[in-house]
Write a protein that binds this ligand. Structure first.
Ligand SMILES: Cc1ncc(COP(=O)(O)O)c(C=O)c1O
Ligand SMILES: [Zn+2]
Length: 422
């Protein structure tokens, strides 16, 4: 049973049928899904959700599919980790990590949006799926397309990390690398979507696709015992996930799954690509596009499609935003790994580093509940950290050699003396 009534323009309110449409013909505003919340409220309950499998479809009444889910049956329901050791370093009392670095099957938050988009593409009868991506989305579209038996073309900018490139190619799509940055890729994909009529998950299926991001927020609320955190820090690039987290929290209240409660949402960007943070700090609604220059390639989007809605959601929630340097991002990747045993990519490093900065600034108080979203996995971006971790010690397979090394590592002066004797 579907609770979707249709699509509606976010700007002028014009209504559209449930079709693969994404912009308003009248004002070019983005289209959004319209649900029948009164009916959802009567149908959904905590018990019903708890009785369902641990995947993102447990919130299916609030997702835009008409029939049964066709993809993503193992996606979502990632851990919400209580982070005692990182919390101690940051000097905060109640810290959690929403760990989408272990989302199934391609280890980023994108498996959520793609699960919904591919389900919808199958409902609409498309045989070819596609996307414009900074890497993670391409990985996810390629994997889900393989499982669904769909043709797949993914478009990425030149210069991505090997893990992101091979992490798509292995599933057998056609990968097209564009000589340019993500914003060039995105522009080209709009033209290709028009001409070829494929299901571009983040172009013509964008209204459906974006709804999948809400499940990251639904899960946080459920995993906190049907409560909102007081503060949530998340990376923002194209602007999909952040406003959808705000929407998720509103919807949970609207349909009676949680009581009132307010969560301040904070946008995290890399200093080398922070158009939204610049706009936030200037107090303007206008986002001036930038040319990205950062190691955080997955969030290097200089001209964000939904940037305006990020600013709106941040401001409405009473949150804020910050950007951090590449050095701070690297330090935060290591800090997270060494305190919590979670290896994230630069997007996650940005999320941790920005949280740290906002706590130090006093923007986020130390005695209230805080969730940091970890939206991607570090095993895909090894080259980013390769030069800043200890190299293995190479020795022969002789116990004596290890004895010597161990002494050097644990008692450097004795170790040297021993080495000197030998
Ligand atoms: C790992 C990771 N985190 C966060 C984001 C930001 O997402 P959004 O485009 O929804 O703002 C992306 C986008 O590509 C990403 O790959
Ligand atoms: Zn409109």
């Amino acid at each position: 049973m579907s609770f979707v009534q249709g699509l509606k323009c976010r700007e002028c309110g014009q209504e559209y049928p449930k079709e693969p449409l994404h912009v308003c013909e009248t004002c070019f505003g983005p289209l959004e899904i319209v649900y029948d919340y009164d009916r959802i409220k009567k149908s959904i309950s905590r018990e019903k959700i708890l009785s369902r499998p641990n995947n993102l479809w447990r919130y299916r009444e609030l997702l835009p599919i008409d029939g049964e889910p066709r993809a993503g049956l193992y996606s979502g329901f990632t851990p919400l980790v209580r982070a005692h050791r990182l919390g101690e370093v940051l000097g905060v009392k109640e810290l959690y990590l929403k760990d989408d670095s272990v989302n199934h099957p391609t280890f980023s938050y994108k498996d959520r949006v793609v699960s919904v988009a591919i389900s919808k593409a199958i409902e609409f009868g498309f045989d070819t799926v596609s996307c414009a991506s900074t890497g993670n989305l391409a990985n996810s579209v390629a994997a889900h397309a393989a499982k669904a038996g769909l043709n797949c073309y993914v478009f990425i900018p030149d210069g991505l990390e090997q893990g992101k490139i091979i992490g798509s190619a292995i599933y057998g799509p056609r990968t097209i690398s564009i000589k340019g940055n993500y914003d060039d890729v995105n522009r080209l994909c709009s033209e290709i979507a028009d001409k070829y009529g494929w299901a571009f998950v983040n172009v013509n299926l964008r209204p459906y696709y974006a709804e999948g991001a809400k499940t990251h927020g639904f899960e946080i609320a459920e995993q906190l015992g049907w409560k909102l955190p007081r503060h949530l820090v998340v990376a923002s690039a194209g602007g999909t996930i952040l406003p959808k987290l705000a929407k998720a929290f509103k919807e949970f209240k609207r349909v009676g799954l949680i009581e009132d409660g307010e969560c301040k949402i904070y946008a995290a960007q890399a200093a080398g690509c922070d158009p939204m943070i610049q706009a936030l700090k200037k107090g303007t609604d206008l986002i001036s596009p930038v040319k990205p220059n950062t190691i955080a390639s997955s969030i290097a989007i200089g001209n964000p499609a939904d940037g305006y809605y990020v600013l709106q959601a941040v401001r409405e929630s009473g949150g804020w935003g910050e950007s951090v340097t590449d050095e701070e991002i690297l330090d935060a990747i290591k800090l997270l790994a060494r305190t919590e045993g979670i290896f994230t990519e630069p997007a996650g490093g940005t999320e941790v580093a920005v949280a740290k900065k906002l706590i130090q600034q006093g923007r986020i108080p130390r005695d209230e509940s805080i969730v940091i979203s970890i939206t991607g996995n570090g095993y895909k971006t090894l080259e980013v950290v390769a030069h800043s971790v200890e190299k293995p010690f190479r020795i022969h397979a002789h116990l004596k050699d290890f004895d010597e090394l161990y002494l050097q590592l644990t008692q450097p002066s004795a170790g040297k003396a021993l080495a000197g004797e030998g």
